[in-house]
Design a protein around this ligand. Structure first.
Ligand code: ZN
Length: 384
């Protein structure tokens, strides 16, 4: 006999089944939803009504059938793009970002502030991120969107809502509290390289189901996607490509090691080798064919290729995706990465991220939307 707890669990899992079927189909009728989920038409009716009431799906009357169509037109069901929204925030070494996507994955708000956060007190950086978050919350309200939750991308590791370590910021055990309204899924914190890989998977141009996404910033991280799912490793430390050793006698690294990839091929290393102090100037000189700048980028590309060859030999991905700053530098960086990969590994396809530096914050916002689709019952109960 099913008690109230089992009944609630069954309803939650059926709501998720129905919402997933609607999300996968784009538009679908109630009868087709019943076929896709294996639920009865009467169950579907109640579940769809609940999802419509919560603002997650909408029903529109179908255009009357074309000549030759039989029967009366059925109402079509689709995700309600004016309903729930996910807020992605990013706290990175040299910028802060806020981005909001709706249930359909469309970007509804975006604000990026370039700012070197090294040496700033964590509380000051978090206050500024909080202001970005509040502006996004206001934008959501103005657009009639219901914020379902927020996720912060950080250049390091998180434990719950604490940044446990972010070596390139010099932070350890920094709790993250932001002035956000109460939402169904609350606040989550996740490594930016992981979120960037998910952003690429969900919103990027065509990527295969097995790939390594490289986030080239001041640090270098990688997100490993295996069969369409993020691979985190036993201690959520998988993908630390920036700390793969490419020169055991190289310079010391914030991790305590020596000759790590990011010390030799991260943005700071490239800028120093090129003799410039901004990414814009680096790109301008590369575009003008300035040999020192081109040489600095190519040297970094060769080392990125060496590290990716080892990753390729271990993981056998279909593709390697250059993301973050590396996407912007791809015209000059990618050929060196490709040569180096070809010399050391049986090459995966080398792709350039279509999202660039936005990948992590898109992935952060998308992870909230993913939670709505996977667990709509929590969104419904938060609405009271
Ligand atoms: Zn290191």
């Amino acid at each position: 006999m099913a008690g109230p707890v089992q009944h609630a669990q069954m309803r939650a899992s059926n709501l998720a089944l129905v919402l997933r079927a609607i999300a996968d189909a784009g538009t679908i009728t109630r009868v087709q939803t019943a076929t896709a989920t294996g639920l009865t038409k009467s169950s579907i009716s109640g579940l769809v009504t609940d999802l419509v009431t919560a603002g997650l799906v909408e029903e529109t009357e179908a255009v009357p059938g074309r000549a030759g169509d039989r029967g009366r037109p059925s109402a079509m069901i689709a995700l309600h793009r004016g309903g729930a929204a996910g807020l992605g925030l990013e706290l990175n070494v040299d910028y802060l970002a806020a981005l909001m996507v709706d249930l359909g994955g469309t970007v509804r708000y975006r604000h990026v502030v370039t700012r070197d956060n090294r040496g700033r007190p964590p509380v000051e950086v978090l206050e500024e991120l909080g202001r970005l978050a509040q502006e996004a919350v206001t934008a959501a309200a103005e657009q009639g969107l219901t914020l379902a939750g927020a996720c912060v991308a950080v250049p390091g590791a998180a434990d719950g809502t604490t940044i446990s370590r972010a070596p390139n910021l010099g932070w350890a055990d920094v709790p993250v509290e932001l002035p956000l309204p109460r939402t169904a899924y609350g606040l989550a914190i996740e490594n930016e390289a992981n979120l960037a890989a998910l952003g690429e998977l969900w919103f990027g141009a065509q990527v295969p189901r097995d790939f390594v996404h490289v986030s080239g910033e001041i640090g270098i991280g990688a997100g490993i996607v295996v069969d369409g799912e993020l691979f985190r490793g036993a201690h959520a430390r998988a993908g630390e490509l920036g700390h793969v050793v490419v020169d055991p006698a190289g310079p010391p690294c914030s991790c305590g090691g020596r000759g790590c990839l990011e010390r030799l091929a991260g943005l700071d290393a490239i800028l120093a080798a090129a003799g410039v102090d901004s990414r814009g100037e680096l790109e301008r000189r590369c575009a003008a064919g300035e040999p020192t700048a081109l040489g600095a980028v190519a040297d970094a590309g060769r080392l990125v290729g060496v590290a990716l060859s080892s990753a390729t030999n271990l993981l056998d991905p279909d593709a390697v995706v250059l993301g973050g700053v590396f996407a912007a530098l791809a015209p000059w960086l990618a050929p060196a990465v490709a040569d180096s990969l070809a010399a050391h590994a049986v090459g995966p396809e080398l792709l350039v991220s279509s999202l660039g530096a936005d990948a992590a914050v898109r992935g952060a916002a998308g992870s909230v939307i993913r939670r709505v689709i996977d667990d709509p019952a929590t969104f419904l109960s938060a609405q009271g």
